[in-house]
Design a protein around this ligand. Structure first.
Ligand code: UT7
Length: 332
């Protein structure tokens, strides 16, 4: 029997209806459409306005979209990996709840957290299980309700983030398609530059932490930007070099959507023409764990069986990397 590789065989997405435009942000903080567009590439983001719903709501919708499109029976799913930085709650896994709600009653599920790299790292985990032969259908969901941890009086963060979800199904492939190689990295020295200070075991929630506004995401944008530009490009260069890939060989770059300028720098280093660089940041902003699957969903119709895709991400932690994957199907 041929070697088992782990292929993506279906994708699904969901974004909430409410559109938070740059114009609306101009009424909330001291900013303007021109600044946001030129510095980030973002025009609008989607926000889940319902206070009674958490990240699981977004994840369930994306999973259901995939299940309907791929026409699969959820009881066939073996494992659900829930990539998220904004779980519904601490302790009880959001993935477990999502699995039950979508009827994946034979699956076990858990959450995987590495900020904006959660989905990228989840691809590695899903692929390793498939390659081992242990499981046959793994649903990797990336979802974040970033609006639950964004301070809408802080112009350095509220212009960037949005809510959304995407899902990818991983299955065994016997033609050598799917995940080929990965280059994944972390550096804990970076954790102070992009974080939420309170609510974890280090600084549990208290009256003081609420009074000090420590339950929102904060970042040192310049430092994060500097590292993101260097490391995301490095990771892509590494993965191309060690797999002898030229810019001609790469069909598509699937980059984390944090800032258009970071993506441009990465594409430059890869010597990749603009038409191969897939972006939807202008419509969704940075949806953290959902950016990569949202790009897959939006551009799935362009991918041909055998196409070389390079995924890349950079996020809090710091965490970053790239993955080389051969696409496994033509969209019907
Ligand atoms: O998902 C992974 C993690 N996140 C990222 O990858 C994000 C990385 N960082 C960035 O994308 C960028 O650093 C930002 C978009 C956050 C900021 O862009 P920047 O070009 O690095 O701006 P800056 O922080 O250097 O600020 C430039 C100026 C400052 O004014 P002065 O000091 O030059 O007078 C800021 O006060 O722009 C000002 N500024 C704003 N002006 C209008 C900062 N935020 C805003 C704003 N609107 N929203």
């Amino acid at each position: 029997m041929n070697k088992i590789t782990a292929a993506i065989t279906a994708v699904g997405t969901y974004v909430p209806d409410y559109v938070l435009t740059n114009k609306i942000l101009e009424t909330l903080v001291d900013t303007n459409d021109e600044w946001i567009t030129s510095r980030t590439g973002i025009k609008e983001r989607r926000i889940l306005k319902d206070d009674t719903k958490g990240t699981s709501y977004l994840a369930i919708k994306a999973a259901q979209d995939l299940i309907a499109k791929a026409n699969i029976d959820p009881i066939e799913i073996d494992l659900i990996i829930m990539a998220t930085a904004t779980p519904d709650m601490l302790v009880a896994s959001t993935g477990a709840y999502v699995a039950t709600e979508i009827g994946a009653t034979n699956a076990f599920a858990y959450d995987l957290q590495s900020a904006c790299s959660s989905f990228l790292f989840g691809m590695s985990t899903a692929a390793a299980y498939i390659e081992s032969g242990r499981y046959k259908k793994i649903l990797l969901i990336g979802a974040d309700k970033m609006s639950s941890i964004v301070d809408y009086t802080d112009r350095t963060t509220c212009i960037i983030f949005g809510d959304g979800a995407g899902a990818a199904l991983f299955e065994p492939n016997y033609e050598g398609l799917g995940l080929q190689d990965e280059f994944l990295k972390t550096d804990g020295e970076g954790r102070n530059f992009l974080k939420m200070n309170a609510g974890g075991s280090l600084l549990p929630a208290s009256e003081q932490t609420v009074a000090n506004n420590q339950h929102n995401i904060i970042q040192d944008g310049k430092t994060v930007f500097k590292h993101a530009v260097t490391y995301m490009a490095d990771a892509c260069e590494q993965i191309m070099k060690r797999n002898n890939l030229t810019n001609e060989d790469v069909a598509w770059l699937i980059p984390h959507q944090a800032n258009k300028r970071i993506v441009d720098a990465t594409a430059n280093r890869m010597n990749l023409e603009d038409s191969k660089v897939l972006m939807n940041i202008e419509r969704y902003g940075n949806t953290t764990s959902a950016t990569l699957p949202l790009v897959l969903g939006d551009f799935e119709h362009l991918f041909k069986k055998g196409d070389t895709l390079i995924f890349a991400a950079f996020g809090g932690g710091f965490s970053w990397g790239s993955i080389y994957l051969k696409w496994a199907y033509n969209k019907k």
